[in-house]
Design a binder for this molecule. Structure first.
Ligand code: ADP
Ligand code: ASP
Ligand code: MG
Length: 419
């Protein structure tokens, strides 16, 4: 029997009517002859509420109990979805992660899959069950504790099941009708793409586009899962939405295919550090140990400084990290300074920045993308604080108040509104 994975995000299961709407979509696929594995998120807002309860109860919480609490939203929707399908005469049952079992590492809050044994679910399909409804976002650690996969993790559950069960396709149903050139909530000129390459989606996701969790794209790429994003609120068929696929399947290759942004950035500068071999590792070693995800880095050109503190050449180092890791970063640097491992005159923290990135596999063959990007930002009088590039992306850090303006200006400059 051919098998499909259908994932419904939070808004798509936000209330009982929406669960019924999603169930009707599932039933349609069963009638077309598919066995279906449905992956559900928690009702929209539920996970945030649960996270809030945990943080209020215990600010420095035990990550195992955090996972026990925040995974529970998905349990409710899995059960309700199975009940709704049964009411529609579709043989269905629900599974929580531990019942499958979805085996993961014990990295609570950001666990990774180890294995998804098929036997349990396969046996039920063999007995006539048509739909397995699985709670997304959660798993089971080797120690027998409940884990979660990081925010947005149900996308990754869906792709992992599609790979494990060799599904014909993995359909991600959400509140937009596909993947756009940028977030349609930020630019009204955003254009829906028919196809996007795995590499591009991977970059867009990791640079802030929340439409798919980064890990889900990584897994889809590794296991060659046909991954599609489409609307749960519109009538859909095999041609709807956006297909995430191998580069070879895509004809057009503009220099830039999409723009991503992230509001949750902070910039930290260490002023007047020694410029000597080993200084970068002395700074970034303690940050890594403290679990700070350093992103962009710039080191200034060294200058000679003859003040009483610094005998040799000095420079400044700037880096960016997620805004919610600033306190941890600050403490790690201050501790390293107190222990005599690094020296700096001043630590300047800027929490009013955002990162805007242009992404495209076409960059490999088009010259002048950076110049065009900087030109478009200059025309809007937007100052660039940090720049990083890779083969298929260019990112800049700018004042957060200009973020929307920057996205729109770049969208225009690269002609993304036109096919
Ligand atoms: P779900 O709850 O279904 O998982 P998410 O909120 O996680 O949905 O992801 C869908 C949202 O992603 C959209 O509502 C949209 O605002 C946002 N988004 C960001 N970038 C893009 C993009 N390039 N294309 C489409 N949606 C995007
Ligand atoms: N409910 C989880 C979250 O809000 C997982 C998901 O929806 O993908 O992050
Ligand atoms: Mg999501």
């Amino acid at each position: 029997m051919p098998l499909l994975v259908m994932k419904f995000g939070g808004t798509s299961v936000g209330d009982l009517d929406r669960i019924a709407n999603a169930a009707a979509k599932v039933k349609r696929e069963v009638e077309r002859g598919y066995d279906v594995i449905v992956i559900v998120s928690a009702m929209s807002g539920k996970t945030n509420e649960l996270v809030g309860w945990v943080e209020k109860t215990s600010p420095l919480y035990d990550a195992r109990e955090y996972d026990a609490v925040v995974s529970s939203g998905e349990n409710i929707t899995a059960g309700l979805m199975a009940l709704r399908l049964q009411e529609m005469d579709v043989p269905a049952r629900s599974w929580q992660g531990w019942q499958v079992p979805i085996n993961t590492t014990s990295a609570h809050g950001s666990a990774r899959f180890l294995s998804i044994p098929r036997a349990n679910i396969d046996q039920k399909f063999a007995e006539g069950m048509k739909v397995a409804v699985v709670a997304g976002f959660q798993g089971l650690s080797p120690e027998g504790r409940i884990t979660t996969l990081g925010r947005g993790g149900s996308d990754t559950t869906a792709v992992a099941f599609a790979a494990a069960f060799e599904a014909e396709r993995c359909d991600i149903y959400t509140d937009v009708d596909g993947i756009y050139t940028t977030d349609p909530r930020v630019s009204s000129k955003a254009r829906k793409l028919d196809k996007i390459a795995f590499e591009e989606m991977l970059e867009l996701a990791s640079l802030g586009a929340k439409v798919l969790q980064t890990r889900s794209v990584e897994l889809a790429m590794r296991y060659n899962v046909r991954l599609r994003v489409l609307s749960s609120f519109e009538d859909t068929d095999e041609t709807s939405g956006t297909l995430v696929c191998a580069e070879e399947e895509i004809m057009e290759s503009k220099a830039v295919s999409g723009i991503a942004f992230s509001r949750e950035e902070a910039k930290i500068t260490l002023f007047t550090i020694e410029d000597r071999p080993g200084i970068a590792t002395a700074i970034f070693g303690p940050l890594a140990e403290a679990g700070v995800n350093v992103d962009m880095i710039v080191q200034n050109i060294s200058e000679k400084d003859y003040d009483e503190h610094h005998a040799g050449a000095v420079t400044d180092m700037t880096f960016s990290c997620p805004i919610n890791q600033v306190a941890r970063a600050e403490k790690a640097l201050e501790d390293a300074k107190a222990a005599g491992k690094i020296r700096y005159d001043e630590l300047i923290i800027d929490t009013d920045v955002a990162k805007v990135s242009v992404v495209g596999i076409g960059m490999r063959s088009h010259a002048g993308v950076a110049a065009k990007m900087f030109n478009a930002l200059a025309a809007e009088n937007i100052n660039i604080k940090v720049i990083t590039t890779s083969e298929i992306k260019i990112s800049v850090l700018i004042d957060r108040k200009y973020m929307e303006l920057a996205v729109q200006a770049l969208h225009d400059a690269f002609g993304l509104d036109k096919a």
